[in-house]
Design a protein around this ligand. Structure first.
Ligand SMILES: [Zn+2]
Length: 88
């Protein structure tokens, strides 16, 4: 019997990320800076229990991206990804 998931998939971040990116980030492909896995952002494990959004690698659970909305400021930390490739 498997444990219940305590995360959502990266698609859930689409609304929050659309305040920063005009393109759909969930379809973008990114590389985890920790394990090198290359996956679509929609496959990331998304945790919403923290203040803001935390996306973790589906392979190694390393933090890929953090997004915190604090009053009039949006903080984006994407150093957990080597790159994020957006299709034009
Ligand atoms: Zn990884």
């Amino acid at each position: 019997m498997s444990e219940p998931r305590n995360y959502l998939d990266g698609n859930v971040a689409a609304g929050e990320l659309s305040t920063i990116f005009t393109m759909d980030v969930t379809t973008a492909e990114g590389q985890c800076a920790h394990c090198g896995a290359i996956k679509r952002f929609a496959e990331a494990h998304l945790y919403m229990q923290a203040p803001g959004v935390v996306a973790r690698c589906a392979v190694c659970e390393h933090v890929l991206l953090r997004l915190v909305n604090a009053r009039q400021h949006m903080f984006l930390d994407a150093r957990g990804m080597t790159y994020l490739r957006l299709d034009m």
